[in-house]
Ligand binder design. Structure first.
Ligand code: ADP
Ligand code: ZN
Length: 736
């Protein structure tokens, strides 16, 4: 053995080292040696050995300086992957988001690297071509194949089999006979690029000012936040498409964020009408193959426009030049598991770091964005009226104390009358109720027994379509029994309160001729069925739509002029500091579906509190009144955006353990006169999946670094033990 050369390599201080970040739930980076001949820069994607496994990682620092005592133990980077490096901009976003949300950096990095498992080369698809004579044994199946391939061109093998209605074996047989030959199919051509001048609409004078601002914004290419604040149907989408068009002209990528992927069906078509092709999509339902392809296109810069759910924010855009956040007020932008982040807020952060413009669009801006616009931190671009002279819907309250429906019914006589008129006019009606299933509670008429989930603090919801009682928190379900498990009475169960399925029953009884359709997230088996159901409604093949909040957003139903909100008070009293704001937004959105194309839209609010500020503002169509009163309230109580909030959510397998851990945390909270620590209090959803939950609410002044405070606090706290769990939620949106 040559001892001299061995020791010389070990001590060579020429050995380069890098720090890499691994996309797992770890915050720290790890040092690795760089093998001779490998050139590595910060941002490069590499494979490294970690424990027994080989993992993907990203070089976070080029010239690492680990403790010299560790040098001999360091392993080598195994390979440098042939992928675009992560740009400094995105690495800063990862660091920033991790720091702000108190998440391990590796967890945030993981969101950037969801490129699908197998990033190998595209699988080559086999093609077949007719080259020889027909075989001697010519079955009808074989004849059909030959007919399909008679043009002697290359056809995809599986397509040819499908077209001829035969199995792949028939084709293989013909190949063996020498009639056909197998050749690799050429890769599919890249999709054509969106054309910024394909279908540009003529804008109204009111829209034109907004359009000019949009174009200038995209052209300037510096950090700038615009709040595109326009009533439903004012043309916000058409207007922000002009910013996208400008970005395309300048060769920069655009990201359009949407709160729900279900929304994107109609949207993709509209995009294609404007730009000639559909954009690249990004959401959780993509197949691994499409995911890999889209990820590659995005990182290589060959995807000019990406439309995606919140996770699209973390993709490694080669050349991002514009972000649009559509329906910016939507709660779905908040992720409440893993990294607790708000995609709208983090989009503003990314735009700031990348020095690019961002457009936040909404008919009902979040109070946060409204305040930023009022203080001129965001530029407001207003579209106060509907396109094409359509009026905003007229809104009326139906006071349920004075005009109640019959017992066991939920549609008041007045609303029923209006629906009848709408159907007679061949228009559509939408009944909105934000409750899935048939009834939120089932009880036994004989003994009063209420059906609750055995492992959650929640009633079981009756789902008639599925014939089961279901827990909405853990998914537990059971068949609806015929005998009460408590008193053994037979057929004694009664449904209490309405869900959309029960409303459909009532609507069908009231209007037997009408075609009804229920739209609710639990009834949707795939995005495709969702998209085709929405298309059916848009084509007017449904008379009465009965839906949860799924129908509230973004859709354009040309024949819909009447919206009935079955229980307008539903979201008002749930203890959420944003309850009024959410109700205001949701009801505006859902009533905004009415009267978008012809006729006058009307919205009816069935309410027990017609004098509530939210109902009054809705009826008077007084946007400013709502925001004035809500902003004033937030300012007085120091709720966001005038103060900051964070939640610590503690859970454990038993109540004392959860509560005890919560108490210890609170006892260790650093004293600071700018911070108030409230709790631990039992969470409104006190038990989920057998886990007992407590919440601590931390309130601070606006300019205070709450993340830093929490970090210092948790550093001196004991770690959760056993099955205790602690989640940190900075800027919480949910308080359940
Ligand atoms: P919003 O996003 O504000 O609800 P949309 O952008 O969906 O509004 O516009 C509402 C409807 O009006 C859509 O059908 C849209 O195509 C149409 N529209 C808006 N502006 C124009 C325009 N300038 N020319 C033609 N159609 C328009
Ligand atoms: Zn449950």
């Amino acid at each position: 053995m040559d001892h001299t050369s061995r020791s010389s390599t070990a001590s060579a201080n020429a050995t380069r080292m890098v720090d890499v970040l691994v996309p797992v739930a770890l915050d720290q980076t790890y040092s690795y040696k760089v093998p001779r001949g490998m050139e590595l820069k910060a941002g490069d994607l590499v494979g490294v050995p970690l424990g027994p496994r080989e993992v993907l990682a990203v070089v976070w620092a080029e010239n690492a300086n680990p403790d010299p005592r560790l040098h001999n133990r360091l392993k080598e980077v195994s390979e440098k992957l042939d992928l675009q490096p992560l740009k400094p901009e995105l690495r800063s976003v990862v660091d920033w988001v991790a720091n702000y949300t108190l998440s391990p950096r590796g967890m945030v990095l993981r969101m950037c690297l969801r490129m699908g498992e197998n990033l190998g080369p595209e699988r080559v698809r086999p093609g077949v071509r007719l080259i020889g004579d027909p075989p001697r044994r010519l079955t009808p199946a074989r004849q059909r194949v030959i007919a399909v391939l008679s043009d002697r061109l290359l056809h995809g093998k599986s397509e040819a089999a499908k077209e001829a209605g035969v199995s792949a074996g028939v084709i293989d047989g013909l190949v063996d006979e020498g009639t056909l030959t197998v050749e690799p199919m050429p890769p599919p051509p890249p999709p054509p690029a969106p054309d910024p001048d394909f279908g540009r609409p003529d804008f109204t004078p009111l829209q034109r000012t907004a359009v000019d601002t949009m174009r200038a914004l995209a052209a300037n290419g510096t950090f700038h936040v615009a709040l595109l604040d326009g009533v439903t149907g004012s043309g916000k989408t058409e207007v922000y498409f002009e910013a996208v068009a400008e970005a395309i002209r300048r060769g920069r990528q655009s990201l359009i964020l949407m709160p729900e992927i279900a929304l994107t069906g109609q949207f993709l078509d509209r995009f294609a009408q404007r730009f000639g092709v559909r954009p690249i999509e990004w959401h959780s339902e993509l197949t691994p193959r499409t995911r890999a392809r889209n990820w590659a296109a995005i990182s290589e810069g060959s995807a000019p426009v990406v439309v995606g759910a919140r996770s699209a924010l973390f993709l490694p855009y080669a050349n991002l030049g514009l972000i649009v956040v559509d329906e910016e007020h939507d709660q779905a932008y908040k992720q409440d598991e893993g990294v607790h982040y708000h995609a709208r807020d983090m989009a503003v952060v990314r735009a700031h770091i990348a020095k690019i413009p961002i457009v936040l669009a909404s008919a009902t801006p979040s109070v946060e964005s409204e305040v930023n616009a009022r203080k001129n931190r965001y530029q407001r671009i207003a579209l106060p009226s509907r396109f094409g002279g359509q009026h905003m819907p007229h809104i009326e309250a139906i006071d349920m104390r004075r005009e109640p429906p019959a017992r066991g019914r939920f549609i008041s006589p007045r609303l029923a009358g209006e629906i009848r008129t709408a159907i007679e006019r061949r228009e559509q009606a939408l009944l909105f109720l934000n409750r899935r299933g048939y009834a939120p509670l089932t009880l036994c008429r004989a003994c009063g027994h209420r059906f609750a989930c055995t492992i959650c603090d929640a009633w079981l919801v009756d789902h008639r379509f599925r014939q089961r009682l279901v827990c909405h928190h853990c998914g537990f379900s059971m068949p609806r029994p015929h005998v009460c498990p408590n008193c053994s009475a037979e057929e004694s169960l009664v449904a209490v309160g309405p869900g959309v399925e029960r409303l459909q029953e009532e609507a069908a009884a009231l209007f037997p001729e009408a075609r009804t359709m229920v739209l609710s997230s639990d009834l949707i088996t795939s995005i495709e069925t969702m998209r085709s159901e929405l298309a059916e409604i848009a084509e007017g093949r449904v008379d009465i739509i009965i839906g949860t909040q799924l129908v509230a957003k973004g859709h354009n139903f040309p024949r819909l002029n009447l919206v009935g909100v079955v229980d307008a008070d539903l979201g008002l009293s749930n203890g959420d500091p944003r309850a009024a704001e959410r109700t205001w937004q949701l009801l505006n959105q859902v009533i905004g579906r009415a009267g978008r194309e012809q006729g006058r839209g009307v919205g009816y609010l069935q309410t027990h509190q017609p004098d509530h500020p939210v109902m009054k503002a809705l009826i008077a169509c007084d946007r400013e009144a709502f925001y004035d009163s809500e902003i004033d309230l937030r300012e007085r109580t120091l709720y966001p955006p005038f103060g900051r909030l964070a939640s610590l959510i503690i859970s454990a397998g038993d109540r004392p353990s959860a509560e005890g851990f919560g108490r210890r945390l609170v006892a260790l909270a650093p004293r600071d006169e700018r911070v108030v620590v409230l709790g631990p209090a039992e969470a409104p959803l006190a038990v989920i999946k057998g886990r007992y939950r407590f919440r601590i609410l931390v309130k601070s002044a606006r300019g205070f670094d709450l993340s830093d405070y929490l970090r210092n606090w948790l550093a001196v706290c004991p770690k959760p033990k056993g099955n205790q769990k602690l989640e940190v939620d900075v800027d919480p949106q949910s308080f359940l």
